[in-house]
Design a protein around this ligand. Structure first.
Ligand SMILES: Cc1ncc(COP(=O)(O)O)c(C=O)c1O
Length: 389
């Protein structure tokens, strides 16, 4: 080809992630298969994404149908399936949350939320919590607390303070008239599945109201898996901004930032957006997913299955287990020692789970998981804990 730069050499990912050592080729329901044909029970659902399991027939059919109709339509155009998505999602939301914008990921949904608080309040300071995880774009990362993610990329966005989670006194101490918003997960996910006391979210809501700050609830991980569609509803509060992502299109990349009319009014036209956001393909997957999740029995069952799981792990009486906790199908087993060897041993036994901090094993199974499959996970956990001790 003559002069110029040579092309066609190898391309590999930057080694950003731990290597789990297997190549996943296929999924169906609660199982995954690697490229060698080995089957795994999936109790991690790609960090909480595949809430309806893999290749759910209704979601797959919706994606297939939409793929042959239209995959992209910029939001300067309407498209029927996007409207259907909005109508379906509205069925889960309090009426005050009446406006929204699309994103392609959780971090992007948070990024929009943080930007909107600036225009809605004219303030820039944010309160987040220790162990919070809100994503890894710059704004979202500034609200995330773990030094491992932050330190390599300093400086963060200014004006973000972190206070202890589940501690209203600590939050009250830093809350003043300069605060644009508090951002909070109803149950911390990446931070170790930490469930705050009842009344904590209500207390934050009150503090925000007193000081004219907005409340951002990040349900990106909790959404649709805590035994109710949305975890904040049981606290009897309504946030000003709600972030959703992960499970709402059962595997296709989507994020949404839902806001009140009062917030929406302050967001200038054309000030935010993205080429792929709200594309018809993800909306079709979202409609199919949310229609399945509208069945309240699924949420009641998720609550029961989660309780049963916790009870069974406690009944094992494993001396290496410090605590079993969670709500619905957002579950953790905290060990008295590092979680990684146990997670590896479980994988060798054909069960995939996740860490959430150094000593915490996290379980994010499908809402359609059967009791005997969860029992299989408990047995693998018991064997792996014994093996690793
Ligand atoms: C609570 C919470 N917020 C935000 C995010 C970021 O989502 P994403 O990884 O899609 O950017 C996550 C991801 O784990 C999360 O758990």
């Amino acid at each position: 080809m003559g002069d110029g730069v040579r092309v066609g050499t190898s391309l590999r990912p930057i080694p950003l992630h731990v290597d789990r050592g297997i190549s996943l080729a296929r999924g169906e329901g609660c199982y995954l298969w690697d490229d060698q044909g080995q089957r795994y029970l999936d109790l991690m659902t790609n960090y909480g994404v595949n809430l309806l399991g893999h290749a759910h027939p209704k979601v797959t059919a919706a994606i297939d149908r939409q793929a042959s109709l239209l995959t992209n339509a910029h939001q300067s155009f309407d498209t029927p399936v996007r409207q259907e998505f909005l109508d379906t999602l509205a069925g889960f939301l309090p009426p005050a949350l009446s406006r929204m914008s699309f994103a392609n990921s959780g971090a992007e949904a948070v990024e929009a939320a943080l930007k909107y608080t600036r225009v809605a309040t004219g303030r820039t300071n944010i309160i987040a919590t220790h162990r919070a995880y809100h994503g890894r774009t710059f704004g979202a990362l500034s609200a995330t607390s773990d030094a491992k993610y932050r330190d390599p990329f300093m400086p963060m966005l200014g004006g973000v303070r972190h206070v202890p989670f589940d501690n209203l006194t600590a939050m009250a101490e830093v809350m003043d008239d300069s605060i644009a918003a508090v951002i909070i997960e109803p149950i911390q996910g990446e931070g170790g599945i930490r469930v705050p006391a009842d009344g904590y979210l209500k207390g934050i809501r009150d503090l925000c109201d007193t000081r004219g700050a907005l409340l951002i609830i990040d349900e990106i991980q909790t959404g649709f898996r805590t035994g109710a569609p949305l975890a904040f509803i049981r606290e009897g509060i309504v946030p000003d901004i709600l972030c959703l992502s992960k499970s709402i299109a059962n595997g296709l990349p989507i994020g949404v930032t839902v806001v009140t009319e009062a917030v929406s009014e302050r967001v200038p036209k054309g000030s935010h957006g993205g080429t792929f956001s709200g594309n018809p393909l993800v909306c079709a997957a979202g409609v199919a997913t949310l229609k399945v999740l509208a069945d309240e029995r699924l949420h009641a069952q998720a609550a029961e299955k989660g309780q049963r799981f916790q009870q069974r792990v406690r009944e094992l009486g494993l001396s290496q287990v410090r605590e079993v906790r969670g709500r619905g199908l957002l579950l953790a087993v905290e060990l008295k020692k590092p979680a990684t060897p146990v997670i590896k041993a479980m994988q060798e036994r054909g069960v995939l789970v996740l860490p959430a901090g150094g000593t915490v094993i996290r379980f994010l199974p499908s809402i359609l998981i059967e009791d005997d499959q969860l029992d299989e996970g408990v047995e693998a956990l018991a064997a792996a804990v014994r093996q690793a001790s």
